[in-house]
Design a protein around this ligand. Structure first.
Ligand SMILES: CC(C)(COP(=O)(O)OP(=O)(O)OC[C@H]1O[C@@H](n2cnc3c(N)ncnc32)[C@H](O)[C@@H]1OP(=O)(O)O)[C@@H](O)C(=O)NCCC(=O)NCCS
Length: 153
């Protein structure tokens, strides 16, 4: 667990705790759509939460996955990265990923990758992720524009 000077803390959590935030921030609070990943419950998956006091305001989940960038490098896929609306832009998302990346390095990971929403690419760029040129696509789930992004650890 890590502590921020404003009482912000990051920790590993059970993925079920992340579903409400995943749904509200990433799926327009639509009760009809799935906000689970089939790998959520696997012991090799790592789920992180950022808390402001008792309130969960950031979610990020990582799954072991072959990287589309470097298939031979031990990699994890990031999914369901979200910061609650009123907590965005305060550095919390970046802090959760910094904590997660250090834990993933300890697990032997050397790269993380994601299908990043185009509207969030500025966030990822600001914290050291790179864009795979030519990988632009529409998410099959949300139909929103995405691009493959990665970061070496
Ligand atoms: C994208 C998101 C996760 C970023 O989390 P956050 O907690 O708001 O981000 P932070 O405050 O930690 O930002 C870190 C840096 O990224 C920048 N940044 C954040 N969001 C940005 C955006 N959409 N575009 C450009 N830059 C952005 C910040 O300005 C900050 O830069 P700085 O360090 O130079 O000041 C959050 O805005 C969010 O949940 N958005 C809606 C859902 C979404 O798109 N999730 C990503 C799915 S792939």
């Amino acid at each position: 667990m890590t502590e921020h000077d404003e009482g912000f803390e990051v920790c590993r959590v059970d993925p079920l705790k992340l579903h409400d935030l995943r749904r509200r921030v990433l799926r327009s609070n639509n009760p009809e759509v799935s906000v689970g990943d089939p790998r959520d419950g696997e012991s090799t998956s790592l789920h992180f939460a950022g808390y402001l006091g008792d309130r969960l305001v950031v979610s990020a989940s990582f799954f072991p996955s072959t990287s589309p960038v470097d298939p031979d490098v031990k990699s994890y896929q990031l999914r369901y990265m979200a910061t609650d609306f009123d907590a965005q832009g305060k550095g919390y998302g970046a802090e959760v990923l910094e904590f997660a990346e250090s834990q993933l390095r300890e697990q032997g990971a050397r790269q993380v990758w994601a299908n990043g929403r185009d509207t969030a690419l500025g966030f990822y760029r600001a914290i050291g992720w790179e864009i795979v040129e030519g990988s632009e696509h529409l998410s099959p789930e949300t139909k929103l524009p995405h691009t493959v992004i990665y970061k070496s650890l």
